[in-house]
Design a protein around this ligand. Structure first.
Ligand SMILES: C[S@@+](CC[C@H](N)C(=O)[O-])C[C@H]1O[C@@H](n2cnc3c(N)ncnc32)[C@H](O)[C@@H]1O
Length: 237
């Protein structure tokens, strides 16, 4: 059996797992991530959980095929419920919406107090997840972008603790700093600007009174993102 291959999205996530950590993958589905980490010798053992029996059975099957059944503990359950507070040093929650990831963290009060760090990869609503994290006792340590086809994915490394509040623009795009190695960030900012401009066009045509308030909010966001992009471009020269 050849070692498992990861898509660019999952590979970007895997590359952020430090050597030798006690690793858990919540919402593991086919268990590709823990199997890759075990085969590459990054980790010695993993906990793989899923809400549903079907994906968990797929995960067991992947481990069986790769001869790793004895090194993965499979657990069925909602979010962090199958995990003990000190059982993992790093816990991945990937491939779900940002709101679902926030709900999973919110349902486990130990998550904001313990020593477990989290590797989060929201498929949607990254802005809601960032906003929720800084308001609820989590510190976003770093962000990484990956590209698969036309799609861009963001992954956040997060630990319990406070952080300087994010501005609304930073909630959308993440915090940037000079010298941060992020080759896809220019494209990421461009995509966000296009998306917000599209929403603005709709709001400008709208006659609903409640959209008037949303219009000024989105205009401020568009301006904030444009300024961020200008700053980013200036740093690249
Ligand atoms: C799209 S798959 C993502 C698989 C893998 N993590 C990835 O990033 O490729 C989402 C998986 O999360 C599981 N899931 C959804 N909500 C969950 C929850 N609240 N707790 C645990 N697993 C959940 C689903 O059953 C599914 O197997």
């Amino acid at each position: 059996m050849r070692p498992i291959a990861l898509s660019p999205r999952l590979l970007a996530l895997a590359r952020q797992v430090p050597q030798g950590v006690r690793f858990a993958d919540v919402g593991t589905d086919h268990a590709r991530l823990p199997v890759w980490l075990l085969e590459q010798g990054v980790i010695d053992h993993a906990i793989a959980t899923d809400l549903r029996e079907g994906p968990l059975e797929q995960a067991r099957e992947t481990a069986r095929r790769h001869g790793l059944s004895g090194r993965i503990s499979f657990r069925r359950g909602n979010g962090l419920a199958p995990l003990g507070p000190e059982e993992a040093d790093l816990c991945a929650i990937a491939g779900m919406g940002g709101e679902t990831i926030a709900a999973i963290l919110a349902a486990a009060p130990w998550a904001a107090k313990g020593r477990t760090r989290f590797l989060l990869q929201p498929m949607t609503s990254a802005q809601d997840l960032r906003g929720w994290l800084w308001r609820n006792g989590f510190h976003i340590e770093s962000e990484a972008l990956s590209r698969e086809g036309e799609a861009l994915y963001v992954s956040l490394t997060v630990s319990p603790g406070s952080m300087r509040p994010l501005s609304p623009t930073e909630e959308w795009a993440g915090r940037q700093f000079r010298g941060m190695g992020a080759p896809l960030r220019g494209l990421y900012l461009e995509r966000l600007i296009t998306r917000v401009q599209g929403a603005l066009e709709g709001l400008r045509r709208s006659t609903r009174p409640e959209d008037l308030w949303r219009l000024s909010e989105q205009e401020a966001l568009a301006q904030g993102l444009e300024e961020m992009k200008k700053e980013w471009d200036a740093w690249q020269r």
